[in-house]
Design a binder for this molecule. Sequence first.
Ligand code: UDP
Ligand code: MG
Length: 318
Amino acid sequence: MKIDLSIVIPLLNEADSLTELSTWIKKVVQKTKLSYEIIFIDDGSDDMSWDVICKLQLQNENIKGISFRRNYGKSAALNIGFESAKGNVVITMDADLQDSPDEIPELYKMIVDEGYDIVSGWKKHRKDPLSKTIPTKLYNAVTRRVSGIKLNDMNCGLKAYKNEVVKNIEVYGEMHRYIPLIAKWAGFQNITEKVVKHQSRKFGVTKFGLERFVFGFLDLFSITFIGKFGKRPMHLFGTLGLIVSLLGFSFLIYIGIDKILLNKGSKLIANRTEFYVALSSIIIGVQFFLAGFLGEMLSRNSTSRNNYQIKEKLNLDD
Ligand code: UDP
Ligand code: MG
């Protein structure tokens, strides 16, 4: 059965904030008269989080929960929450009370009335230490350039989605930082942002250290590569291979002509810099081609090679 709104909340060791969070959400959503569910995903907490969730469920039947046997990461938690969500609109938020439930009605309205696929929160006045906010600015600037999505705060935990978006994307590894980009590759282009309130952390500690920036950038490369060339790796590696080997061959021809026709008595070919440039370029070029062929074989054997996002069908049986 479909309902109006699912609120998906991944959490790791957030026992202290869960009661306040769920009471607050209930208060806000009840005013809107929407049917709703709150799905808590306990990502392998070793504090009392799961007990708190079970207790809250006894007081509010709209609360649902999934508990991982161990910690898999925020992406995994979101993914399984997306699979279970029944709401027409799905809203994700962090469990640490840094995101405000007061934003829920407006986010819901933007999806339903204004027809956006995704509305992403923008923590414009961010209540986090400088060590986090400054690198985040840089990270967002690079992501904007590489992805072409004009969001100021790609990785905000507070986001709203149309149901069909969350059912058609897969988040894994640490890819939760790039959900708008994943959705864009899946064909959902109508993405916008809304300035949201942000609180400093009241309880517990942040679960992500500075390594987030290194991993984040690596993930951005992977996601862009898979999105653009995942189904045709040879186009990338073959082009690189062609450029590099052509460079190598032109150097070879140059030294050849120079040795045989122009400066017959010149020094040994093996003593010339150009020779080494030519040699290494050809070797690297061949390696690019090999990577391309291997990539093609992998993608041809993949079971998802003919998976496409279908928006609608006309006059065709399923
Ligand atoms: N979280 C999670 N699994 C993890 C790490 C974090 O479910 O492995 C949850 C965490 O409990 C919180 C949300 O993801 O609800 C955001 O984490 P955090 O507040 O530590 O991130 P920050 O606000 O510092 O960016
Ligand atoms: Mg937080």
